[in-house]
Design a protein around this ligand. Sequence first.
Ligand SMILES: *Cc1c(COP(=O)(O)O)cnc(C)c1O
Length: 424
Amino acid sequence: MDFFNYKNGRLHAEGVALETIADEVGTPFYVYSTATLTRHFNVFADALRGMNALVCYAVKANSNQAVIRTLAALGAGADVVSGGELARALKAGIKPHKIVFSGVGKTEAEITAALNAGIKQLNVESEPELERISAIAQRLGLIAAVALRVNPDVDAGTHEKITTGRKENKFGIEWTRAHEVYKKAAALPGIKAQGLAIHIGSQLLDLQPFREAFVRAGDLVAMLRADGLSIETLDLGGGLGIPYGDEGETDAPNPESYAQVVRETVGNLGLELILEPGRMITGNSGLLVTRTEYVKEGATKTFLIVDAGMNDLIRPTLYNAFHNIIPVIEPEKGQEPVNVDIVGPICETGDTFAKNRKLAPVQAGDLLAVRTAGAYGAVQASTYNTRPLVAEVMVNGDHFAIVRERVEVEDIIALDRLPDWLAD
Ligand SMILES: *Cc1c(COP(=O)(O)O)cnc(C)c1O
C-alpha cells in the first residue's frame, strides 16, 4: 500500500499535488512519501515480533540522507556495501552498533573506516578478505566482529542480474568450505567470528528459496555448534520482492508470510537475527515524475518521448523491469486507450521505459508518474549524455522538501580538467 492517490483528478503524494512539485522543482524528479516509507518499515519490523531481530535497511536501494534518517528514527539499522554508504549511514544518524557491512570487494580503506567506526559486524565474503581484516584489526589494536557470508547454493528464481546465491555467483564463501573457514576465522587474531550471513538475491516472488536457504543456514549453525564454535548472529539478507503492477505477475509475498518462514526455520536457534530489506522498504515509496516532450507518430506505433531517460532510471533496460506508468492528471472515464511506447531522449534504443503500453491519450506537456521507482532508481542514476542528476523530493503530509538538489550542467563540466598542453 502506498500514499500516491488521485484527489480531485490530480495525482498526489500524500497531501501534495505532483503538479505543484513539478512547477516548483521542474522535471524530471523523484518523489518519496514519508508515510509510505514509515508504513513499509513498520509492517516489516512488526512481522518479526517476538524474535530477537535487527532490521538493517539495505542502503543501496535508496541512500538519500532524508530516506535513511526517516528510517533511522523508526529504529532501523543499516546494511552498507561501500565506504560511501557507511559514511552516509553514519551521517544520517544510524548508530554504529546497528550497521553491518556487506560486499565482495572491501578495500583496506573501507575496512579501516568500518573498524574505526565500531560497526556491528563485517560480513566477510572470502578467505583473503578474512585475512586482510584480521591484519588491519591487529594493526589498529582492535578486534573485528565478523560474520561469514556463505553461499547456500540456492536458486532464487529471479532475474539473472540479481540472483546471488548460486554457487557460480561471485558472492559468499562456498557452502562446502564454510565450516572450515569459520573455524579458521575463530582462530585468527584480530577476529571475533560471531555469525553467518546469506543473501540469495533480489525481487524474490516465491518464499521457497528463502526457506531452503534459511534451513541450510540453520543446519550449518548446528554443525558449527557441535564443533564447539560460538555463534551469535544470523544475517538473512534482503531480497523480498514487491509488486510492480505487471499484469500476470505472481503476487509478491507479504512480510507476515516471510516472517513466518523465518520463525519456522531459524526462529528458535537462540540467535540474533539480522534482516536486510531494501526494495521492500523503499520501492513503492517513490515515483519518478517526468514530462512528455513529444508525441511522435512512428510508422507502426506511437512514441511518447519524455524528459526522463535511462540515466535517471535504468531498471527497465538493465533488468527488463516493468514499471507501471500513469498520468498525473487522471484521465476522464470512457477514453479509448492508445498503444504507446514510452521512451527517453537518450541516444540508445535501450532508453525505453515501456513498450506497447495502453494509456489514455497523452499530449505533449503532460506529466507522467513512473511508479515503484523508490528503490534502485535515483541511486543508479548517471550523467550519461551530460544529463544532470535529477532532483529528489520528500513529502510528509502537506509538506514537501527538496532532499537532493538537481545537479547543474556547469557543475558536471567543472569536474573535468584540461591538461596543460590543451589549456589556452
Ligand atoms: C542488495 C542487498 C540487499 C537488499 O536487497 P533487496 O532486494 O533490496 O531487499 C540486502 N543484503 C545484501 C547483502 C545486498 O547485497
